[in-house]
Structure formats: C-alpha cells, structure tokens
Design a protein around this ligand. Structure first.
Ligand SMILES: [Zn+2]
Length: 296
C-alpha cells in the first residue's frame, strides 16, 4: 500500500502536469463521481487546476471556481501522468482521467475518487478527521498535535502499533513506516498507548517525520550507513545486489539479523483499530531484543 511518501510523489507528479493548466475533459468511473460529473462535468471544462497536494494517503486537487477532486489509493491505486497526450484507449483499471492542455493524469485501480464543489474538507468524510501530515508542505511536523491526539482517552488501551496506523492520530503512516519508526524508538509494538513514557512519545514525534522524509527523498527508511552495511555484508540480506532488500531495517527482514543487536528480526500479525484504512490486521516486523517483546 502506498504510504504518505509514495502518495506525495504521486501528488508531485500530478501537480507538475495539471497545475496552472486549463481542463479539457474530466472523466471518472467511480459511481458518485460519475453521477456528479453527469450533472456538473461541463462546468469544469475551461477552468484551471490550481494545485494538487497530498495529506497523508489522500490526494486533493483544487480547481478554480471552488471545485476539487480527491483520491485515496488504498492497496493498489496509482496515478500516472502523460505529456502531451494520454493513451486513447481506456484501460479497464482506469478510475479517473483529467485531461488538460498539454497533459493528463489518470488514476488506475484506486477505488476512492471524488469530485465536487466547495471545501473538500467539509465534504469528504475522511479528510475532516485526519491527524497531522507526516510530510507537511509548510513548516515542520506538528508533533504537539500528534501527541495531543495520541493521548486522547479513547486511545489509552490501543497498542502503539495500531495507533500509528490510525490516520486520525497521524496521517500518512502505513505498515513499513510504522515498523521502522517503532524499531528506531526501541518500542514494543504491543505497548499500550496510555503506558508510554514522555520520552517515548517525544521520540515518536521526532522519528515519524524524519523517516517519512527520508523515505520521500531517498525511497528508503534505512540510513546510508545501514544501507552500506546491507550492501556489503551478505549475511544481512536475503539476496545480495537487490536494492529493495536494503531499504528498511526491520520491515520484511524476517529472520535476518537485527542491525543493532544481531538477534533475528521477527514478524507477527497485529490487530489494528477500526479507524485505520489498513486491513484489520497487518504483519508487523520487529526485533524482540531491541524492542522488549517477550515471545511465548
Ligand atoms: Zn535488535
């Protein structure tokens, strides 16, 4: 599933092609969007796209005249851009197609696509409740807001592994980022949120944006030093010479040695809460030694 950093890259690409350009045509196949476009679609033609941005795993495009579009990619969705022309054929996975003068953006497989008029935050349910973005456009990550949300009474008994996937607490973390963040802070994924120490919450508030930014910039959460070790020591990877195998320090490194303590990395299913857009349980990856997990 694309997480905040991957959705930001899609938003950058779509923004680069659509923003500032005049809409030639706007099509969608999702039911609600198609219905809206049947009635209002012609009102979009001739208007300029003002911006395309992501918040967490959501992408929002603003169109002049107070129109917007919104997508959530879930597991398999992706945006692709075309300059100067999109393909004539419509792929069966196509969900939305925005054509501007000199370019186009097409959404494939993403099940959630909305288009409408007014403030998208007031109309798209999931946008209203999102926690602070792991990759803020302006300023720095709002760690005060993150910790305020994390400490709400309703989350006291939630495990921190589940809490980090809850988009109401922080927007943009998915399975790989949560595993990497918890490892970096030495936190047990099953620790109850209400039992976290102040310094642990501080570590999360610092590490969440740090690893999200690394991932956005370099396509990896592992530090340069750790990547170098994995590149040069064959005992640290499943297969040498595969760039993918060096991106993370715990995620998908089951049974490989921990880069800090050499104990084998473990994997276990972890139940998540109802407010996440992930599956109800996801595999989490951790070092039982560094993260103080007792395995029966
Ligand atoms: Zn370890």
């Amino acid at each position: 599933m694309p997480e905040g950093p991957e959705v930001r890259k899609f938003a950058d690409a779509v923004d680069g092609v659509l923003t500032g350009r005049v809409i030639r045509s706007f099509d969608a196949r999702t039911r609600e969007a198609r219905k809206w476009l049947d009635e209002n679609g012609t009102r979009l033609v001739g208007r300029r796209v003002l911006s395309v941005r992501s918040h967490g795993k959501h992408l929002v495009g603003q169109i002049e005249g107070r129109f917007y579009f919104h997508s959530h990619l879930m597991m398999w969705g992706r945006w692709q851009t075309f300059v100067p022309h999109p393909p004539d054929d419509v792929d069966r996975r196509e969900r939305a197609r925005v054509v501007v003068e000199g370019g186009a953006a097409i959404l494939y497989s993403g099940p959630i696509f909305n288009v409408g008029e007014g403030d998208p935050r007031a109309q798209v349910e999931h946008l209203q409740t999102l926690g602070p973005d792991v990759l803020p456009y302006e300023g720095v990550f709002n760690d005060a807001e993150f910790s305020r949300r994390l400490k709400l009474p309703e989350y006291r008994d939630l495990t921190i592994g589940a809490a980090l996937l809850n988009q109401r607490i922080v927007a943009g973390l998915g399975n790989y980022l949560r595993a990497e963040v918890l490892f970096a802070c030495g936190l047990n994924p099953w620790a109850k949120v209400g039992k976290l120490k102040k310094r642990e919450v501080t570590c999360l508030g610092r590490t969440v944006p740090e690893l999200a930014l690394r991932s956005y910039l370099f396509g990896a959460t592992a530090s340069d030093n750790d990547r170098e070790r994995m590149n040069t020591d064959p005992s640290l990877v499943y297969q040498q010479g595969r760039e993918m195998g060096t991106r993370h320090v715990v995620f998908r490194r089951t049974n490989l040695p921990c880069l800090r303590c050499s104990h084998p990395i473990k994997q276990l299913r972890q139940t998540t809460s109802g407010d996440t857009d992930e599956d109800r349980s996801r595999i989490t990856y951790f070092c039982a030694h560094c993260q103080h997990v007792s395995l029966q």
